[in-house]
Design a protein. Structure first.
Length: 192
């Protein structure tokens, strides 16, 4: 089995790259955007099926482990797991699973409410005790769902705001939603 590859990105496709490791080019499916001609190191998960052998590459071992956990959920194959991980950052996805945030998970293409709930039920205990580190602080705050709901009611897309909201809650653990919303709006307007 191939565990890790280091090489130069020779070609990028829609959901895969050709990674030149020495004289051999490996077709590696990855949820990450990698630029051609860049040198990368990827943790590899090899999936062997009756009719194919596929390599899935991740820049961190945490992302690879999350991919393995997702594919262990019944009804979630490698293709859907890659779509989820391509749409939602690893930390954000782990946080959504731990907090039972169905809306964030359903924002990924091809994921309905039932699949998102199944992912949460089957994986929450595996990531449930985890705290998420956002620049030196950690968060498991109950204010996060309320902040996300408030920003969504103002018309912001969940995937566009979830990372910023998590960091804001982590940086202001004692603040309630009435204080967090103006801070979030200020950050959003500052990013434009």
């Amino acid at each position: 089995m191939i565990g890790k590859l280091q090489g130069i990105v020779d070609y990028t496709g829609d959901d895969f790259i050709i990674l030149m490791a020495g004289p051999v080019g490996y077709k590696v499916f990855t949820p990450e955007y990698l630029t051609p001609k860049s040198t990368v190191t990827l943790w590899i998960e090899t999936i062997v099926r009756e009719d194919s052998i596929r390599l899935f590459g991740f820049s961190t071992i945490t992302a690879q482990n999350l991919f393995n956990q997702l594919t262990a959920v019944s009804g979630v194959g490698p293709k859907l797991a890659m779509a989820i991980m391509g749409a939602i950052k690893t930390d954000t996805l782990m946080s959504a699973i731990a907090t039972g945030d169905v809306k964030t998970i359903t924002a990924a293409p091809g994921v309905g409410k039932k699949v998102a709930e199944k992912i949460i039920v089957e994986l929450k205990s595996k990531v449930g005790g985890t705290t998420f580190d956002f620049g030196g602080t950690s968060t498991t705050s109950a204010a996060l769902p309320d902040l996300l709901a408030a920003l969504e009611s103002l018309g912001y897309r969940r995937l566009d705001i979830v990372d910023m909201a998590q960091k804001l809650v982590a940086a202001n653990p004692d603040a309630d939603v009435s204080k967090l919303v103006p801070m979030a709006l200020k950050q959003i307007s500052g990013n434009k």
